[in-house]
Design a protein around this ligand. Structure first.
Ligand SMILES: [Fe+2]
Length: 255
């Protein structure tokens, strides 16, 4: 019986676009990061610059930047597919029109979703209201690095519980599991993982130590106690399915 072919890895959180946030500084950085990801077995990357008041506020520039990067990757022989996306700050939700949200959403029509950044001052009512608005406007929600929000398993447990109840999926940073974001994020990330609440792992890569090597995430999940197959799924089929199949259309606003 032929052995199943290992699935390619899919990265849904990566600051790959050059010069527009605290990620890749220029095209050389972008190509280097993509090459590292490709060498590690990643076939698809969602380019997710910070869409928030201190970085990108005009998302109409993103598709052209992605096209330019794709052309440069082809020239450099880096075989990785890059899609336009964004890491949305919840405070910007009410200021973006539907077309703008569509520009940074992923998934097929009717099953579109957005990557929403968990605030570094904790989940609270404003965050809950923002994700409720996104659902009301037809988008599923994937929460980026909830484990990095202080007190997410204690003071903010109720807010996180509401998100899970309303269908938000959790994306934990692989580097949290290895201690890169500090002891609290490590403990919260590991707890969410062991509770089976993590839908997907991502690198949240920036130039420097947060490399886009998803093999690290799979290894960290396995070291945390998951079997090898389940650990691998967090960086292969799960994120691939999010990109290909999206998230079932939200029902109700949860507001
Ligand atoms: Fe990020």
């Amino acid at each position: 019986m032929p052995r199943p072919v290992a699935s390619a890895r899919t990265e849904i959180h990566c600051h790959l676009l050059p010069g527009i946030d605290d990620g890749a500084r220029d095209l050389d950085d972008s190509v280097d990061m993509a090459a590292v990801a490709a060498a590690d077995g990643t076939a698809t990357i969602l380019a997710t610059p910070h869409v928030r008041s201190d970085f990108v506020t005009d998302v109409s520039i993103l598709p052209e930047l992605v096209a330019e990067l794709r052309a440069n990757l082809a020239l450099a022989g880096v075989k990785v597919e890059v899609h336009c996306s964004g890491e949305l700050g919840h405070e910007l939700v009410g200021r973006l029109g539907q077309v703008e949200l569509e520009t940074i959403a992923s998934g097929p029509s009717g099953r579109r979703w957005l990557l929403v950044e968990a605030p570094f001052d904790g989940l609270g009512e404003e965050f809950t209201a923002a994700t409720g608005e996104l659902r009301a406007r037809g988008f599923g929600v994937v929460i980026a690095h909830p484990e990095r929000s202080p007190g997410v398993l204690e003071g903010c447990r109720e807010a996180l519980g509401l998100e899970i109840e309303r269908g938000s999926l959790l994306q934990v940073n692989q580097w949290s599991l290895t201690g890169g974001h500090g002891a609290e994020a490590e403990a919260a990330g590991l707890a969410l993982l062991r509770q089976g609440r993590v839908a997907v792992l991502a690198s949240d890569s920036h130039p420097g130590w947060r490399r886009p090597t998803l093999s690290v995430g799979a290894a960290a999940a396995q070291a945390a106690g998951l079997d090898a197959g389940s650990a691998a799924l967090l960086v292969t089929d799960r994120p691939a399915s999010l990109v290909r199949d999206g998230i079932a259309a939200p029902v109700g606003t949860g507001a």
